[in-house]
Design a protein around this ligand. Structure first.
Ligand code: 13P
Length: 259
């Protein structure tokens, strides 16, 4: 299981400090193989690295640039995240796609850069309410997945194997993000199953046995996490709002611990 907390552009300095303190106290069950990762804004990277250094909790960035460096004012490279101690990066979040016009092709480039740098990318996919209402969500999300992984599909077999061992996918229906409208268990299960089949068709690998976990994100909280994480094709959660509440987030981590 993987429990990821996407803080977005939310906590102030004091709240970030409190969240990190709560995370640094987190004690997993002795037989747990659950990975906990938080995604603070870049200004808190060094604070996160210090607070979590001696814990099993990891941290990552909410985005990175596709180039390794250069004249890109305001941007942060994968290498910078890595050098600060970050191990993960969220890519293609629907808010990046919506507000910063990120395309599948761009997200695909960022995935390759993250992988080459040694960061574990979480590739986000998910349909809008409009697409869901038209009943074209399966095609839409699977196309997003395929297009975002086009460069991975072109890799040599060896490089592709390594890439797939690092990759994590997150299914986040846009209409469920920050709305309290969580997708139904049946819908989550069906979409994850479809994505697993698509990965099998694209890469010829049996999943999740081959190691590409698919997380669900969208209004996950401590009350619905047990049911969602209990679904077979769900390997964890990408949590937004509830990741800002230490008690709720740690409850979700403990629920995942037992799965
Ligand atoms: P919420 O959990 O607030 O719906 O946000 C989900 C999300 O966007 C995580 O990346």
């Amino acid at each position: 299981m993987i429990i990821a907390g996407n803080w977005k552009m939310n906590p102030d300095h004091q709240a970030a400090e409190a969240l990190l303190e709560a995370l640094s106290d987190y004690t997993p069950a002795s037989d747990s193989n659950c990975e906990i990762v938080c995604f603070p804004p870049a200004c808190y990277f060094s604070m996160a690295n210090q607070a979590l250094a001696k814990t099993g909790v990891r941290w990552g960035a909410q985005n990175c640039h596709q180039e390794s460096g250069g004249a890109y004012t305001g941007e942060i490279s994968a290498q910078m995240i890595k050098e600060q101690g970050g191990a993960w990066v969220i890519l293609g979040h629907s808010e990046r796609r919506q507000y910063f016009a990120e395309t599948d092709a761009l997200v695909g480039q960022k995935i390759v850069t993250a992988l080459q740098t040694g960061l574990r990318p979480i590739l986000c996919v998910g349909e809008s309410e409009e697409v869901r209402n038209k009943h074209s969500h399966d095609n839409f999300v699977q196309s997003q997945l395929e297009a975002s992984l086009e460069l991975v599909a072109q890799m040599s077999p060896d490089a592709q194997k390594k890439a797939l061992a690092q990759l994590v996918i997150a299914y986040e229906p846009v209409w469920a993000i920050g709305t309290g409208k969580v997708a139904s268990l049946l819908d989550i299960e069906a979409m994850h199953q479809g994505l697993l089949q698509k990965m099998e068709a694209l890469f010829g690998v049996q999943l999740p046995e081959a190691g590409v976990p698919i997380l669900y994100g969208g209004s996950v909280n401590d009350a619905n996490a047990a049911d969602i994480l209990g679904l077979k094709p769900v390997s964890g959660a990408l949590v937004g709002g509830a990741s800002l509440k230490p008690d709720a987030f740690l409850s979700i981590c403990h629920i995942a611990d037992k799965k």
